[in-house]
Design a protein around this ligand. Structure first.
Ligand SMILES: NC(=O)c1ccc[n+]([C@@H]2O[C@H](COP(=O)([O-])OP(=O)(O)OC[C@H]3O[C@@H](n4cnc5c(N)ncnc54)[C@H](O)[C@@H]3O)[C@@H](O)[C@H]2O)c1
Ligand SMILES: O=c1ccn([C@@H]2O[C@H](COP(=O)(O)OP(=O)(O)O[C@H]3OC[C@](O)(CO)[C@H]3O)[C@@H](O)[C@H]2O)c(=O)[nH]1
Length: 386
């Protein structure tokens, strides 16, 4: 750790980071990285700490004096401003960010992603503190290409689908498609942060993650989350594989996504943290354009990989089609395709993702199998006995 320099050859000074949402999927990986590989201190804020318990206990851990957990709900806790003032940098990850909530709990979604983030921006701006805010690739909505005729050759032209931070429009569906409540709230908080930068000099970086996946993402329904809960696709498909039931393809699984390994993405965030002069004032796509699949292809690959890591053969009907109305309810809509343009992050931070989709699924599904297979077996045998 000693003598580490930034991308311009300047020594990196230890800083204190107020990380809001530190107990979630991304937060837990970022805390791990900061503890293992940097001298920085973390004031970890969240309503729950299950995913970072291994970093907080026992007190004999090498980094014990560099991480503190604060159980705070940022909606209504006056301690938040004090923590932001104590820190050099605030990273805001807190959000409702599972699509099943966007159309069924639109008010909670909008409050969480816009209203609750407002005081964080305000405290950073008023106290002259740097902010890294987590937005989403969903701010792009649908591609321009999605509106071209199905057989138009222009659909193959990257101009109509590659998503660029400083050029692409944000295209959402009508208000009654409440799916877009999340994307719209994220877009407005991005605009507010950008305006705070322009008018009041706030030092900010906005991150737009493109489907980061890996261990500890969301929950397995009925094991470490509600039985009726609907997590994001990695956990939905993992749950189906663990229970030996068909993977559900929403509206035929035709939507396309690019998936990036959480550990690659965390490298990018660390570069932002340690290179403020290169990261401030920028919006960064963070994704892996080489890992594009349709959701159907993802299901097929996960089935193959799970078979390899678990040693179990796959079931006779590995996938079934379900309508989005049946799966998510009224008001669901979808992004058709998400390919991140990497020009800005490449130029500013020299960062590139490394891990292929197959490799990242192999390590993630190995984790899922080790963590959950036994608990699922027990839960299923209990249900059969009753
Ligand atoms: N994982 C991805 O691929 C992805 C993609 C796009 C955007 N993002 C964004 O990145 C951020 C982190 O995502 P994640 O995947 O780690 O989600 P996550 O749900 O695992 O983590 C969010 C954390 O925020 C906490 N939180 C929520 N509301 C809070 C409140 N009022 N007070 C205190 N803590 C609160 C939750 O308890 C949770 O631990 C979110 O802002 C999300 O919108 C993530
Ligand atoms: O069982 C399932 C679950 C989902 N799908 C479809 O998979 C696509 C991806 O779904 P998911 O990962 O849950 O979410 P999105 O990519 O649509 O949205 C996320 O993107 C980033 C983020 O902001 C935070 O992670 C979030 O909004 C989708 O097409 C589902 O319909 C399926 O077929 N079967």
């Amino acid at each position: 750790m000693a003598g580490k320099v930034d991308l311009d050859g300047n020594p990196i000074k230890p800083i204190t980071i107020c990380m809001i949402g530190a107990g979630g999927f991304i937060g837990s990986h970022l805390c791990e990285k900061l503890m293992a590989e940097t001298p920085h201190k973390v004031l970890a804020v969240d309503v729950c700490n299950d995913k970072i318990k291994h970093l907080l206990e026992p007190a004999s851990l090498a980094w014990a004096d560099r991480i503190q957990f604060h159980r705070i709900n940022i909606k209504n806790d006056s301690r938040l401003e004090g923590l932001i003032k104590m820190a050099d940098l605030t990273i805001n990850l807190a959000a409702i960010c599972t699509p099943a909530d966007y159309n069924t709990r639109p008010l909670d979604t909008i409050y969480s992603n816009f209203i609750d983030a407002l005081p964080v921006v305000k405290y950073c701006s008023e106290n002259g503190k740097r902010l890294i805010h987590f937005s989403t690739c969903e701010v792009y909505g649908k591609t321009i290409g999605a509106f071209l005729p199905k057989n138009s050759p222009l659909r193959q032209d990257p101009t109509y689908y590659v998503l660029m931070e400083d050029a692409s429009p944000c295209i959402f569906g009508p208000i009654e498609k409440q799916r877009w409540s999340y994307a719209c709230a994220k877009q407005l908080i991005e605009r507010l942060i950008y305006a705070e930068g322009a008018e009041n000099g706030l030092e900010f970086t906005i991150v737009r993650p493109f489907n980061w996946i890996g261990p500890r993402m969301d929950f397995i329904p009925g094991i470490d989350g509600p039985s009726e809960g609907v997590p994001r696709v990695l956990a939905c498909f993992s749950n189906n594989l663990l229970r030996r039931e068909p993977l559900k393809l929403v509206d035929g699984g035709e939507s396309q996504r690019t998936f990036i390994y959480i550990k690659d993405a965390i490298e990018a965030v660390l570069l932002m943290i340690e290179n403020p002069a290169r990261a401030n004032g920028h919006i960064f796509n963070v994704g892996n354009p080489n890992n594009e699949v349709t959701v159907r292809q993802l299901a097929e690959m996960m089935t193959q990989v799970y078979s390899k890591v678990s040693g179990e053969s796959s079931i006779e009907t590995p996938t079934i089609d379900v309508s989005s109305k049946e799966f998510y309810g009224e008001g669901y809509d979808d992004s058709d395709k998400r390919i991140p343009d990497m020009t800005i992050i490449n130029k500013q931070l020299g960062w590139n993702p490394k891990t292929s989709l197959w490799d990242l699924l192999e390590s993630t599904l190995t984790y899922q199998h080790r963590t959950y297979a036994e608990a699922i077996k027990q839960a299923m045998s209990k249900t059969t006995a009753n």
